[in-house]
Design a protein around this ligand. Sequence first.
Ligand SMILES: NC(=O)c1ccc[n+]([C@@H]2O[C@H](COP(=O)([O-])OP(=O)(O)OC[C@H]3O[C@@H](n4cnc5c(N)ncnc54)[C@H](O)[C@@H]3O)[C@@H](O)[C@H]2O)c1
Length: 412
Amino acid sequence: MKKIGFIGLGKLGMMCAEVFAEEYEVHGYDIYPKISDTVKVCNLKDTIENSDWIFIAVPTPHADGYDGSAPSSHLPPMDFDYTNVVSVLQQINQIATHPKKVVLISTVLPGTTRHYFGHLLEEQHSFLYNPYLIAMGSVKWDMVNPEMIMIGTEDGNWNGVARDLVDIYAPLMHNKPRIQVGTWEECEAIKIFYNTFISAKIGLANMIQDFAIKIGNIDVDVVTDALAQSTMRIMGPKYMTAGMGDAGACHPRDNIALRWLAEEYNLGYDMFDTIMRAREVQAKNLADYLVQLAQKHNLPIVIHGKAYKPDVEYCIGSYSTLIGHYIKQDGHHALYVDPLADNKTDVVDIIDRPAVILMAHNRKVTYGYTGQDGTDRDYFEFLPGSIIVDPWRREPTREGIQVIHYGNTRNN
Ligand SMILES: NC(=O)c1ccc[n+]([C@@H]2O[C@H](COP(=O)([O-])OP(=O)(O)OC[C@H]3O[C@@H](n4cnc5c(N)ncnc54)[C@H](O)[C@@H]3O)[C@@H](O)[C@H]2O)c1
């Protein structure tokens, strides 16, 4: 049986390790105590000694203020921090007495592996860069239904270890993913540009929403649905629904970090600055819209969903809090209702008066592609006299409540 080790049992690492444990013996280590029914959580030495393969899923964080939950386009561009990965590689050198196949999953900018990691590992070990296209809330599903498996090798060629890794994944997969072998740099680039393409796509869809609001007589869905089906030139339909901006622990920060890379390599332009600035102005536009409604009707503003998406607790990189930031900047105050949110600032359980309610979360839009039950439920009771602003345009009419499909100005 293949012996797998996981270093870093966080949001990504633990769930992925548990998927591996369905087929293999898996040991895992984290600097914090972790519990699992299937992964043998132990110390670093035992994890390394009991594993032929060592997957690294430690954080590669950005500095505070760079996650996208508040404006960041005014901050100087910065690279991620790779200290954790470097320290793990050094520890593998110290502890391992036999050759190990080391696989880095953590997200890094193009050029990082060769610059920081490639020369660090002793020659007896091999090193692959193998990032995942995984989103919070659907980690296990995404892991076994990937669009592709990226395997970065030093020279970009298939080697024995890369083949072995494909064999390891084979029994775990529920689909038949495309295998994409490239240099370390190519795979680093595939991963980060995959994420930032999504941000650009959402930015464009939301720009159409902005125009719908300003010009009138436009249902943004008519426009984006037509574009989404234009598969001859404009890819597939995913992320072609205007609504809340791109969010979470990965996408905003990847764009923010690519601003640094563009400067580092003197590209002469900074497309990611534009994408992130657009994301911020789009959030401000929605915030201004909410504030105007609140002022006109003398109602408080409530954001339904503070975490960056439904069913997860993570407020990192949240678009809701970015909108909250601009509401505050307008001299108003926003409350949030979200039973899961891991940041409780301004979060309440009930709203005892009518309000302007931004429906930030929509399970169908977020998880529809996984086939999960997409039934949405209210996080609190909406009182008559409230005004729902639905940026996804899915809310049905409700008695005594005005429902505004933000982005559909056909009948205004
Ligand atoms: N979360 C995702 O959906 C996702 C998706 C794709 C890629 N990634 C990337 O994967 C990496 C990890 O992300 P995450 O969301 O799991 O982060 P996380 O912060 O949730 O988890 C990282 C874990 O590593 C542990 N850790 C830190 N230093 C360590 C060390 N020296 N030794 C052992 N454990 C250590 C932490 O205690 C934590 O439990 C990041 O580079 C991230 O960008 C995450």
